[in-house]
Design a protein around this ligand. Structure first.
Ligand code: GUN
Length: 291
């Protein structure tokens, strides 16, 4: 392996810029403020959210968590979303997914005020990306992956990129973004007959399926100098592991992201970038309104 694509130094370099932006917004009268709704108290999820809170404090943004009980009634839950949507002090918000089963008929991603949509899952947000306009909010994990590739001078244009996983959180939006950046994208999923056929040909392999250690050296072609981006964060034998069997592949690739310490922190960093963007947009709208 030539390179381990870690997030830490990259984020340490870039975070000061976000803090300065955040301070400037506060001076102009609108302090960035992230509002999060979490249903239930899964310890792993709580620790992800604590991490988001920590990042908010690093950029001097406010953070509020509304932690609701697992068995909350749908109407009560919807009232909380409504309140966040209407709260003028909150400049970005999201509902932590997945939600308990009794909410299965609800698409909460479409209930978030699009102006505060830091996740980038609202159809109004996705529509811009679909049209090839990347100036708005971009979903956090895909955005973090692109930041990581670009910061490491890894070319996207013209590359054969295989994505495994077609979720609306990662695979689907990522395929649109990479295609817009002139990669040739192949999207594999649970019904793909032979994943190896695609991964062995790829320049870049991105796995986002949440199956521990799915990708091994048998999926690769060491002659191709391949780059692996591992989006998976799976608990396996009391350890955090990715979708990629790191030990099996590490000596057969050009570069790879570690788990933890690769894509995960990049996602949170992108969330902070998105919060600065929604806050800026809200402030600009307010100023337009008062002209
Ligand atoms: N659960 C796992 N990833 C995400 C994400 O990016 N946003 C939200 N809201 N929930 C998630």
């Amino acid at each position: 392996m030539e390179r381990l694509l870690r997030a830490k130094t990259l984020i340490d370099d870039k975070i000061l810029y976000l803090k300065q932006k955040s301070q400037a917004l506060s001076k102009q009268g609108l302090k960035p403020h992230l509002g999060v709704i979490l249903v239930g108290n899964n310890p792993a999820t709580l620790s992800y959210i604590k991490n988001k809170e920590k990042f908010c404090s690093r950029i001097e943004a406010d953070f509020s968590l509304i932690n609701l009980p697992e068995d909350i009634e749908k109407e009560k839950f919807l009232e909380h979303i409504q309140r966040l949507n209407e709260d003028h002090s909150v400049t970005g918000c999201f509902v932590q997914l997945p939600l308990p089963n009794h909410f299965n008929d609800l698409d909460v991603t479409q209930m978030i005020n699009p102006l505060k949509d830091v996740d980038g899952f609202h159809l109004k947000t996705i529509e811009k990306i679909y049209q090839g306009d990347l100036t708005g909010i971009i979903p956090c994990t895909p955005k973090g992956i692109i930041t990581l590739l670009e910061a490491n001078n890894i070319q996207i244009k013209g590359m054969d990129i295989v994505i495994i996983g077609r979720s609306y959180i990662v695979g689907k939006p990522l395929s649109l973004l990479l295609e817009r950046k002139n990669a040739t994208v192949t999207l594999c999923h649970s019904h793909t007959k032979d994943i190896k056929k695609y991964t062995s040909q790829a320049d870049i392999i991105i796995s986002a399926v949440g199956i521990p250690l799915l990708i091994t050296k048998e999926h690769l072609n060491p002659q191709n100098n391949q780059i692996i981006i591992d989006v998976g964060i799976n608990r396996y034998n009391n350890k955090l592991v990715g979708d990629v069997d790191f030990e099996s592949v590490k000596d057969h690739v050009k570069a790879i992201t570690p788990v933890p310490g690769g894509v995960g922190p990049m996602t949170v960093f992108s969330l902070m970038e998105n919060l600065i963007l929604t806050t800026t947009n809200i402030l600009n709208n307010q100023n337009k309104g008062s002209l």
